[in-house]
Design a binder for this molecule. Sequence first.
Ligand code: FES
Length: 102
Amino acid sequence: MSRFKKHVFVCTNERKDGRSFCGENEGIDIINSLKKLVREHHLSGQVRINRAGCLDACSYGHALVIYPQAIWYGHVDKSNLINIFEHSILDNKIYKPLQINF
Ligand code: FES
């Protein structure tokens, strides 16, 4: 049995070599917004939000992944985060417009 019902990993990777990357400031903003949503929905202890290094999804815009379903999202920002939260954290569904299909 896993410790958390949902575990979200948000990329905060930065690069200085010209390759694309998600970015630390944007990643921290996403993390803080997700943590706020978790608290507001009384899910602390059930849903864990963590920063991550490169998730190897760099060409899909800002990336995150939600386990245990292993749902990958790209082009995530604060404006579309609520859609991911409502679909994948609250309803166990996939928000198709931002889903990464490798
Ligand atoms: S830098 Fe974010 S997935 Fe690679």
